[in-house]
Design a binder for this molecule. Structure first.
Ligand SMILES: Nc1ncnc2c1ncn2[C@@H]1O[C@H](COP(=O)(O)OP(=O)(O)O)[C@@H](O)[C@H]1O
Ligand SMILES: [Mg+2]
Length: 398
């Protein structure tokens, strides 16, 4: 047997595994790095987050990603180079984090790498019958494996596409294993660039759970701040709080086919971008309103799409337990609006479930990798969007 395969086998057989989960979402704010200690698999998965940090991206690196991000036309040479460059930057951030935390690379059993999404094109976006759903994450796992010396699982989304899904959201798998609770209906709401939620029924019936994107989380607000204020995001909603809701603009923003598509569905900045906003401003003759009012309206737009989706699932007087995660939960206006639109829901964050809310998505990939290595027995039934599969390609360091 190739000694690398033997090593893989031995590590997958360990009673306790150290797995680094990685996530960099559409916000491109940084690389979330979660060092997790994992035992068991399936519904017996037990995960402890030992260390967490977000490795910062330099402005230069961010600009390089943006040059190939969510655009129909890009420089193909740059895409080719960025596939390795992103992995190199991620590997360097991992190596730095490990030495900061006092771990040696050989202490870590596996890395679970999401990569950087550069385009997400479900059929609901491209609308071409002869093509399947598509999504593309770059930052290849082979480069991470070689540059960290750690066996790396990566590119989780392609298998989901192959099995008939849209490649997202994958939260359904990890949320079920980490956060389901008997007799309590839970909603795990992640507000990243895009907002998504997972419904976890108290019946613990894997056939009933599902996960869906609902629309923009922070992405439109971030893009507007970057374009018009030269700031990366609206910290603590300072700008949005200085403005007022414009109802005409809000109702035009809400007028989009995507919101009529049934669950589960997925989306991205390929749809929700500044062109989308400019078109809505033209249609509603609100091109000249104050910038603060645009920001306030965008924040209302996110709150409205999230709360509408939850009401669609659970009725107008929805009364679920909502556990938030992702950067949007730090936006005080967004959270205040959500609470007022869903008065019967009980809001808390995943820290009440022992997972740091900023780390949640990264931890999720550690769980997916663990399932591929040590589990793979869960049956989610035959529903569209939740195939019963294990995901991730395995890259060996040598
Ligand atoms: N204090 C804050 N106030 C307002 N927004 C915040 C705050 N902290 C984080 N955010 C938002 O969260 C985003 C990052 O969220 P994250 O969950 O990392 O998204 P992604 O998964 O897309 O990377 C930032 O770009 C910003 O919009
Ligand atoms: Mg992020």
């Amino acid at each position: 047997m190739n000694p690398q395969i033997e090593k893989l086998y031995t590590k997958a057989n360990k009673a306790k595994r150290l797995i680094i989960g990685l996530m960099s979402g559409t916000s491109m704010d940084g690389l979330d790095i979660a060092l997790c200690s994992v035992t068991g698999s399936g519904i017996k998965t037990n995960i402890e987050v030992l260390e967490f940090k977000t490795g910062d991206f330099s402005d230069d690196f961010r600009a390089k990603i943006k040059a190939v991000f969510s655009k129909r036309q890009v420089d193909l040479q740059l895409v080719c180079l960025m596939n390795e460059h992103i992995a190199n930057v991620h590997a360097a951030l991992i190596n730095e984090a490990l030495s900061e935390w006092g771990y040696k690379n050989e202490d870590v059993d596996f890395i679970a790498s999401h990569g950087q999404t550069i385009f997400h094109a479900p059929k609901s976006l491209h609308k071409m019958d002869e093509y399947p759903n598509g999504t593309l994450q770059i930052g290849d796992g082979d480069h991470i494996a070689v540059k960290t010396g750690i066996i790396t699982l990566s590119d989780f989304r392609q298998k989901h596409l192959a099995a008939g899904g849209e490649g997202a959201p994958l939260a359904v798998y990890g949320d079920f294993l980490m956060f389901s609770k008997q007799d309590e209906d839970r909603v795990m709401l992640n507000i990243g660039g895009i907002a998504n939620f997972t419904y976890l029924p108290g019946s613990l019936n894997a056939n009933e759970i599902f996960s869906t994107d609902v629309g923009p989380g922070n992405t439109l607000m971030d893009q507007y701040m970057q374009q018009h204020y030269n700031q990366f995001y609206d910290k603590n909603a300072t700008t949005a709080l200085a403005g007022e809701l414009n109802k005409e603009l809000l109702s035009t923003l809400l007028d989009c086919d995507f919101f009529e598509v049934g669950f589960p569905k997925t989306t991205g900045p390929e749809l929700f971008n500044l062109d989308y906003l400019v078109n809505a401003q033209k249609k509603s003759s609100t091109e000249n309103i104050e910038k603060e009012n645009v920001m306030a309206t965008l924040c209302h737009f996110s709150a409205e799409t999230i709360s509408n989706a939850i009401k669609k699932c659970f009725g107008n007087d929805a009364s679920a337990y909502i556990f938030m995660s992702g950067g949007g939960m730090h936006n005080p206006l967004l959270v205040r609006l959500l609470k007022s639109k869903l008065p019967n829901c009980i809001f808390s964050t995943t820290s009440d479930l022992n997972i740091h809310p900023d780390a949640k998505e990264a931890v999720l990939f550690a769980v997916l990798a663990n399932e591929t290595l040590c589990g793979g027995q869960i049956n989610f039934g035959e529903r569209q969007g939740v195939p019963s599969i294990c995901m991730g390609k395995i890259s060996l360091p040598e």
